[in-house]
Write a protein that binds this ligand. Structure first.
Ligand code: G3H
Ligand code: 13P
Ligand code: ZN
Length: 316
């Protein structure tokens, strides 16, 4: 069942975070649904502009519709990740997405407010939720690269003003994370003090954490042992997911870690079976490994075993 992110956040707020996982193809979709169902967790499917272009946006929609048929007990939102205004309108008008993210965080504050408000008004007219972003994460998002020096944490006073002026349903905040596999050189904590200040100004308001992959060392080591060359890096400490959720983070975005699972499975498979050229055996392994990964993350986010309670609260 497809619901809005706003519906998911009402149930999750202050208790747990909903995992938001990016998908690009059928194998990722299968793994995601399997893992969510085995851990009895609601979830958010994220589709980036790049994912919409990878095969065809209609192909991804068809895959998700099919997965929803195969797993009728699943409760999830379909969300555009890092949309610009044009992509948001395309998704709002598609009749398929239940949520969009307008990311105008690289614009001036006034422009960000104006664009995010336009998108919110148009989405709300169709009952679709909107996530907007304030502050700037480091790393690469699609075609936009933000150098570490230009990344800036969300200003809590501005956050309140932004939400009031735009009417957006959730706010992506910069609290020290960045996108991709190269987040921190040493151990680094989330900026909980910023989250606390935002929560004080925006009580009961759902916040979103991007760049939340943990970049597991054992995964990177296995990839490199199978021929990869991913330089050592650290991600977000998974033990900080739940404390962040208690401070109002209701959506935690994880993409890179899933890509690492894919890379490890395929590198190891073809290293161990150099004569193999059927892509289905490693694809099947990936689906199972990704499902296990999703289930393990849902436990850490606190979303595991929330499905029945959510269903009741939705009256379904
Ligand atoms: O924040 C970006 C997500 O990880 C999606 O990545 O734009 O390469 O699909 P992508
Ligand atoms: P990661 O690169 O840390 O997985 O973040 C993904 C993300 O924020 C997608 O919007
Ligand atoms: Zn992101």
């Amino acid at each position: 069942m497809i619901v809005t992110t706003a519906q998911l956040f009402t149930h999750a707020y202050g208790k747990y975070a909903v995992g938001a996982y990016n998908i690009n193809n059928a194998e990722q979709a299968m793994g995601l649904f399997k893992g969510a169902i085995s851990s009895k967790a609601p979830f958010i499917i994220q589709i980036s502009k790049g994912a919409r272009k990878y095969t065809d946006k209609k192909m991804l929609e068809a895959i998700i519709r099919a997965a929803a048929d195969i797993f009728p007990e699943a409760i999830f939102a379909v969300h555009l990740d890092h949309g610009d205004e044009e992509a948001c309108y395309d998704c709002i008008d598609s009749g398929f997405y239940s949520s969009v993210m307008i990311d105008a965080s690289h614009e001036s504050y006034e422009e960000n407010v104006a664009i995010s408000k336009r998108v919110t008004d148009r989405a709300h007219a169709k009952g679709i939720s909107v996530e907007a972003e304030l502050g700037m994460l480091g790393g690469v998002e699609e075609d936009i690269k933000v150098e570490e020096g230009n990344a800036c944490l969300t200003d809590p006073d501005q956050a309140k003003d932004f939400v009031t002026k735009t009417g957006c349903d959730s706010l992506a905040c910069a609290i020290g994370t960045s996108h991709g596999a190269f987040k921190f050189k040493g151990r680094q904590s989330l900026h909980f003090e910023v989250l606390e200040k935002i929560k004080a100004r925006l009580p009961n308001y759902p916040l979103v954490m991007h760049g939340s992959s943990s970049v597991p060392k054992e995964e990177v080591d296995r990839i490199n042992a199978a021929g990869g060359q991913i330089a050592g890096s650290m991600g977000v400490d998974v033990n900080e997911y739940l404390p962040a959720a208690k401070l109002g983070v209701t959506k935690i975005n994880i993409d890179t870690d899933g890509r690492l699972v894919w890379t490890r499975v395929h590198r190891e498979f073809f290293r161990d079976k150099p004569k193999e050229f059927d892509f289905r055996p490693p694809g099947k392994i990936f689906i199972e490994e990704y499902a296990k990964f999703i289930a393990s993350r849902n436990v850490l986010l606190g979303s595991a075993n929330q499905l029945d309670g959510l269903r009741k609260s939705l009256g379904k």
